[in-house]
Ligand binder design. Sequence first.
Ligand code: HEM
Length: 488
Amino acid sequence: MSRDFLTFKRMGLPGPTPLPIVGNVIALASEGTRAFDLNALNKYGKVYGHFDGFAANLVVADKEILREILVKQFNNFPDRFSFEEFSGDLRHGLANVKGEHWKQNRNTITPTFSSGKLRKMGPLIQKACDTLMKTSRQLIKSGDDGQVEMKRLFGGFTMDVISSTAFGIQADSQSNPDDLFVKHAKKMFDLSVTNPYKLLMMYLPALKPLFLKLGVCIFPRDSMAYFRKLTSQLLDERRRNKEVDRNDFLQLMINAQEGRLELGDEDSKEQGDNSSKQNIRCLTFDEIVGNAELFFAAGYETTALTLTMNAYNLATNPECQERLRQEIVEKIGSEKIDSENVTKLQYLDKCINETLRMFTPALRIDRVCVKTTKVKDITIPAGMTVTVPVYAIHHDPEVWEKPDVFNPERFSASERANQDPLDFMPFGYGPRSCIAMRLALLEVKMATADIVQNFRFSVGSKTDIPPKMEDGFFLKPKHLWLKTEEIK
Ligand code: HEM
């Protein structure tokens, strides 16, 4: 990590002038990540540098350079900047581990998200969708003029999906918000921006050595202890009852721990040559706990936010909502939505993509350079973090005309044929992109199709237009109320 404020000048790169000690953190915190990145891109172009405290942060939106960093020279940029020392059990999760260790763990865990495994998870998602319909009815009745807060509604749904697909637990968080599991999960995985340690570490990574001395952990220790104990109990129980056929991540990771990760024919084909046994390794107990917790941390809020912002887009664009409902009527009728028939809904796919473009939950992604590398005419030194301003790329008017307008047709087959994958990367890009993209999309599509088949969203007196958003780890609305009516 460079402590030299002249780093980018020497590299011949522009960027905002850093202040002593804090670098450019004050501007970033006061403007918010979205405005900061959009303004900086406008002012300095597609490659520039800024400082998070002393840490030099190279920002790249240039597609040719990104292709080198994220794919072609990935071996020199394999890691993510992380707070692993402060993340308790999560430091063993896939998102935090580094280099060769990451490669082996990714190979081991990848089959967990294969098409075959996802199909088997379909009924678990369907069950959570049934509860979502029930909860929607209850919230409409109790709400002011049928207005429902969407983050709460969809947060309960994604919590149910993750608890059943990750731990094999039927938490029913939508009806039992006081359940111990639900309480700890919410406490632990609500990545709110109000935690002062998270804020300080996000903006001032230079304080890392001080926090290490203080033994800081960014997740609540009691909740972490709860999940560790729970995982240990579940593992014991499953070793005793081997005959029960389960399809959750925990079971698939136990199989990996015991070195009996079996790949079906379809799975082997998807894994290509990497499926051979030498590329996968047994997971340790710590890695099972860390990954089970990580699936929550990475999957609960991101998916709920996508559902929330998509409902907002449909409510504020009623003609798009009607077109989607019509597509459901024509292609599915009154059949129950499942993981097979939902794939027929092409307009749904366009709407979800457009929502992920406009309101991408992860505003930025990053990579750490581990070996000094020349990319085009820039020499990136080992240790430097490269940030990809995903939100700003998704709102680049050179690529996306009127970027703040919801227009699902941007994702029609003909438009997509002319797009560069680096213009649209809500799940990141390259070997380290989101491992669960297909699960997330399946979950979002099934819940949206089910709810649009049964309910109509519209703007109510409590709906903020545009929504008031928070720029934290994730892009999320402070709250999002929509008038919701059941279609009889
Ligand atoms: C709409 C929902 C989701 C979005 C938008 C999303 C987005 C992302 C992004 C942007 C990354 C970083 C990619 C990169 O650095 O190139 C990521 C990584 C990751 N995501 Fe997701 N994600 C979603 C849902 C999920 C779910 C449901 C899970 C788990 C069940 C999950 C598990 C992970 C994991 C484990 C990683 C780290 C991968 C690695 O380092 O190898 N995500 N996700």
